[in-house]
Ligand binder design. Structure first.
Ligand SMILES: [Zn+2]
Ligand SMILES: [Zn+2]
Length: 283
């Protein structure tokens, strides 16, 4: 069984009910965090998790809304993820597209004063945060666990490169698409998988906002609800899980999104609030 938890269902616009983009994928004892949006560690704590339980952080792309709290993850991992006698930190594993190394170097640089304060104050901190980084655009990622992870290119141009992740564990497979329009790389990843976690926007609403040129710009590189649903339908998947709602809807809303998705996808459709949990298991 694989378990999907939508830790943050929001978008770049701050929302009192929705944290930034982040999804937790759990298979067996392994926990993978896909993207690190605003409030990710708070939401992780809300489901009983912590940075110590995370096997790896996987980034679909380097847009700010997907990495705002990567600095929090880096510092929290450095300070808190200290198994055994607590004298040593467990290195943080991050997987992302090319550019990830540059972003992390920038975060570490911005934290340099904090790192020096803490190292001067705590004897057990003998070095700066240790981070293993894998940059990848396509292919298998071997992190040594039981959950098999595969990456393929998505299409979020002009943001390049961007990637989606597929998780295979026992009989189940889940794909996390990130921000993308329909594309061959994502279709390939979805083939034979059971569930698709996809960011989605209502182009019918955003495309008709008056005097919002920046809102109209984002139409071209996100999937509409219809397009995300059609991607899941093409791969004959069982479950579509929508997230990263643009525009947001109230905590008890989303029926209209559900109706649109159901016109294009006949499987089960999941959407909702932060911490929405979906178990993917075949009989
Ligand atoms: Zn994006
Ligand atoms: Zn985004």
């Amino acid at each position: 069984m694989l378990v999907v938890t939508l830790l943050g269902t929001g978008s770049p616009i701050p929302d009192p009910h929705r944290a930034g983009p982040a999804t937790l994928i759990q298979g067996g004892k392994e926990n993978y965090l896909v993207d690190a949006g605003r409030g990710v560690l708070m939401r992780l704590a809300a489901v009983g998790g912590s940075i110590n339980t995370i096997s790896a952080v996987l980034l679909t792309h380097l847009h700010s809304d997907h990495i705002t709290d990567l600095n929090d993850i880096i510092t929290s991992s450095w300070i808190l993820n200290r198994p055994g006698d607590r004298t040593q930190t467990k290195p943080l594993q991050v997987v992302g597209p090319p550019g990830t190394r540059e972003v992390i170097a920038g975060i570490i640089s911005s934290l340099s004063l904090d790192i020096s304060y803490r190292m001067a104050h705590h004897d057990v901190l003998t070095g700066p945060p240790e981070i293993n980084i894998i940059e990848i655009e396509d292919g298998a990622v071997n992190l040594g666990g039981q959950v098999r992870i595969r990456v393929a290119a998505t299409d979020h141009r002009p943001v390049e490169p961007t990637i989606g992740f597929r998780f295979d564990y026992e009989k189940e497979a889940v794909v996390v698409a990130g921000d993308t329009v329909p594309c061959p790389g994502l279709d390939e990843l979805c083939k034979g998988a059971d569930a698709l976690v996809h960011t989605a926007m209502r182009k019918d609403i955003i495309g008709n906002l008056p005097n919002q040129p920046m809102a109209r710009d984002i139409l071209s590189y996100h999937s509409s609800v219809e397009e995300a649903s059609q991607t899941a339908a093409r791969a004959e998947m069982d479950t579509l899980i929508l997230t990263h709602y643009i525009p947001t809807f109230p905590p008890d809303g989303g029926d209209d999104w559900m109706k649109i998705a159901a016109q294009h996808f006949s499987g089960s459709i999941e959407l909702g609030n932060d911490l929405h949990r979906v178990e993917i298991h075949k009989p």
